[in-house]
Design a binder for this molecule. Structure first.
Ligand SMILES: [Zn+2]
Length: 369
């Protein structure tokens, strides 16, 4: 064998060593520790914050957190017009700390002129500083047509909304469908928090309503809509409702290059998979490090006299940091078994915790990079 061939084989061997052994590839990587939590600028890209929120923002400042509060067309959160006022005022009072996403109301969906009214609502939210617009799970699960059928996310009456957002390069945040657990009996659910939520919200527990749309039908409608709008920037919140399998999330991200995902309220599902396949979950987070946003889905307000709620948010922020940053052995009230933290490299943590959110919402937090 010639020297050149020998050299080529050696080089090939070195490449394979790096591919097969991430520890070697990562030997130059630097890592944060649990104690670095307070020293890194971070974004919680999925919160629902109402009222003056002075206590919460004080905690965010102490913890170097910035956040996106997301309006939602849910009866529990009050009228959309009230929410947009609240969010816009929070942003005005805490510029660079708080950004917001607006939404539109599904009320009167079957009446003529609904689309125009929704677009008007969206334009008003954008004029007041919204950096994105949310579509909620009521499309696919609650809103019905005049013939009684459920309205799917690819309904033509939603088309003017998608077109406006695509044309204006505004991010659409999509919470469509629910965790797969929602369609399973309690005994088959993977995460205890899901069981608690559906006990409290039986109207959204699809296992009890087999006549309603299936999980895959709703997501297929979402995906048809995305395929029809290839330039639409899409923030698929809650791990794109594919939380139970990182391979499914990966396939979604591969199929839709303009989509990102946030992990809000679904970190427990990553932890569940980390009980048995920690390397696989870690490899997913590293491979898609440019496409994943940190978020909690935590709520606060409208009362601003709630130190307990602030303490819960602060505890969630620290716990998630420990899971993503360290390799500590951890437990969760959601799960029966222990799991290890993901021990992500600093460069990956910076993207998931800040840079990806700043890239997706460049007007969100002026001054933050
Ligand atoms: Zn949410």
């Amino acid at each position: 064998m010639s020297t050149i061939e020998n050299l080529r084989l050696l080089a090939l061997g070195a490449v394979w060593l790096l591919v097969l052994n991430p520890a070697v590839a990562g030997s130059q990587e630097r890592y944060y520790s649990a104690a670095d939590f307070g020293g890194v600028e971070k974004v919680d890209a999925h919160m629902h914050v109402y009222g003056r929120a002075n206590l919460l923002v004080a905690e965010a400042i102490r913890d170097h957190f910035h956040f996106l509060t997301i309006d939602v067309d849910s009866p529990e959160h009050g009228p959309v017009s009230w929410q947009v006022n609240d969010s816009a005022s929070l942003r005005r009072r805490y510029p660079g700390r708080v950004a917001f996403a607006g939404t539109f109301s599904a009320a009167g969906f079957t009446k003529p002129g609904w689309s125009g009214q929704a677009v008007h609502e969206i334009e008003q939210a954008l004029a007041r500083g919204a950096v994105g617009i949310k579509i909620w799970k009521n499309f696919g699960m609650v809103v019905r047509d005049s013939d009684g059928r459920y309205v799917m996310p690819d309904d033509p009456r939603l088309e003017p909304i998608y077109s406006v957002l695509q044309r204006q390069h505004v991010v659409l945040l999509g919470h469509l469908a629910e965790p797969l657990d929602c369609w399973l009996p309690y005994s088959k659910m993977t995460v205890k928090g899901d069981a608690d939520y559906y006990r409290q919200h039986p109207q959204y527990y699809m296992y009890l309503h087999p006549q309603m749309p299936k999980h895959d039908e709703i997501l297929a409608a979402r995906d048809r809509m995305l395929a029809a709008h290839p330039q639409l920037r899409f923030d698929a919140v809650h791990l794109a409702s594919l939380e139970w399998d990182v391979d499914r999330i990966a396939a979604f991200l591969d199929r839709f290059p303009e989509a990102d995902v946030d992990m809000a309220a679904r970190i427990s599902h990553l932890e569940y998979q980390a009980e048995t396949h920690p390397d696989k979950v870690r490899a997913f987070l590293i491979r898609y490090q440019d496409r994943i946003l940190y978020g909690t889905d935590d709520e606060y307000g409208p009362s601003d006299n709630d130190p307990q709620a602030v303490a819960e948010v602060a505890a969630d922020w620290r716990r998630d940091w420990r899971f993503l940053v360290t390799d500590d052995e951890m437990q969760s009230p959601d799960l029966d078994h222990t799991f290890r933290g993901m021990h992500l490299p600093r460069s990956v943590v910076d993207k998931i915790y800040r840079k990806n959110a700043v890239a997706l919402f460049p007007r969100g937090w002026p001054g933050l990079r």
